[in-house]
Design a protein around this ligand. Structure first.
Ligand SMILES: Cc1cc2nc3c(=O)[nH]c(=O)nc-3n(C[C@H](O)[C@H](O)[C@H](O)COP(=O)(O)OP(=O)(O)OC[C@H]3O[C@@H](n4cnc5c(N)ncnc54)[C@H](O)[C@@H]3O)c2cc1C
Length: 290
């Protein structure tokens, strides 16, 4: 299977990349790691006349902690950059762990956070944990720059609010927060290299045994990553117990609207939501790292 012909651009600056995208219009596509785009091009599912690679934009690859702002992840950071980042190990270990659950080593070396978000597939692994940690993102165009809370970014399977002919996702920001524990649990059909059948991310703020607040985000069980607000309401202000977490799992399943496909039935996915929500919450509460 061969790639069709296309013009290749590798701009040296973000401004140049934005201008190219605007000038080339819908016939151009941004290329990050290519683990999704190049496969679609080989299958003839997308046929861009031009590809704009972000590979020269090293400023989009850094992961830093900016006091008062939070951890800023460049959109070009690969999944293995997340896995190995000392900054994430210190501030948001759960994001490193979630990245480690993705794909296989080859894909983790190429695939980027930005590509994972803009791809917007419902089973993607990074959106649930990033949404549970209240992330927001920056979209830069030739004459614009806007910030978007990640939970409002996705609009449907493979759809998001980015303007594909003018905007580039540049950074993901995990704000400093009072969260005391977080985790992402994924169920796939194999131990590695498998897409998620269901994924659940939980972030909790504890005061002793009391759950002051929580954010729970479900993946692969709704057209977009979805917050389980009903489950969060069950937990707020209560002393945690296994029974309470089971009640939250039940409530979370009411927030899901899964499909049946080759990886699992809708009923099976609802069961996974119940079980994974309970386990993710318990891990976030008892292991005490964010
Ligand atoms: C074998 C295999 C296993 C996989 N396993 C998993 C898995 O377990 N979990 C999972 O979540 N995903 C998985 N994926 C999907 C894919 O690898 C990831 O979604 C990856 O993060 C995509 O990033 P990329 O940099 O390769 O994107 P690309 O292929 O370069 O781009 C994807 C899309 O995003 C756009 N884009 C990329 N970056 C930007 C940007 N900064 N601004 C604007 N638009 C941009 C591109 O134009 C394109 O439309 C797997 C893929 C393969 C091939």
């Amino acid at each position: 299977m061969f790639l069709p012909d296309f013009d290749y651009h590798a701009p040296e600056t973000l401004a140049e990349a934005c201008d190219l995208l605007r000038d080339l219009g819908p016939s151009a596509k941004i290329l990050a790691g290519g683990t999704d785009l190049l496969i679609k091009m080989k299958h003839g599912l997308v046929t861009p006349r031009a590809v704009i690679s972000l590979k020269a934009l090293d400023e989009l690859k850094t992961i830093t902690h900016v006091p008062g702002r939070g951890v800023v992840i460049g959109a070009r950071a690969t999944h293995n950059d997340l896995v190995n980042s000392p900054v994430l190990h210190e501030h948001f270990l759960s994001v490193s762990e979630a990245a480690h659950k993705m794909a296989n080593n080859q894909i983790r070396n190429r695939g980027t956070v930005g590509g994972n978000l803009v791809n917007a597939i419902p089973s993607a692994d990074l959106p649930p944990i990033l949404i549970a940690l209240d992330a927001w993102i920056t979209l830069v165009g030739s004459n614009t720059s806007r910030t978007v809370p990640l939970h409002t970014f996705f609009t449907g399977p493979s759809c998001c609010v980015i303007d594909p002919v003018d905007e580039i996702l540049t950074e993901i920001v995990l704000p400093d927060q009072p969260t005391t524990g977080s985790t992402y649990l994924k169920f796939g059909l194999r131990r590695s290299g498998a897409l998620s059948v269901t994924g659940v991310a939980a972030a909790v703020t504890m005061d002793g045994d009391t759950i002051v607040d929580s954010r729970i985000c479900l993946g692969a069980v709704f057209p977009v990553p979805v917050r389980a607000h009903d489950a969060e309401d069950v937990l707020r202000g209560k002393t945690w117990s296994d029974e309470l977490l089971a009640e939250a799992g039940e409530a979370a399943s009411c927030c899901a609207l899964p499909i049946t496909d080759i990886r699992g039935t809708a009923e099976y996915r609802l069961d996974l939501v119940r079980v994974l929500t309970k386990r993710a919450l318990k891990r976030a509460i008892t292991e005490g790292h964010v």
